[in-house]
Design a protein around this ligand. Structure first.
Ligand SMILES: [Zn+2]
Length: 52
């Protein structure tokens, strides 16, 4: 099994429309950990996340 596989994600804020391109680390469960916490507009919950 691959460990610490790198992944790229685009995070789009559903509140203000800002997009962030981040590199993350794929966790064993398949989720990507980017360390992203919140948008510039203080939104912490409503995001559209796409991996590519
Ligand atoms: Zn925002």
């Amino acid at each position: 099994m691959l460990k610490n596989q790198r992944a790229k994600v685009i995070i789009r804020c559903n509140v203000c429309g800002e997009t962030f391109t981040l590199r993350g680390r794929r966790e064993p469960g398949g989720e990507v950990e980017t360390g992203f916490k919140q948008c510039l507009c203080d939104n912490e919950q409503f995001f559209l996340i796409q991996e590519f």
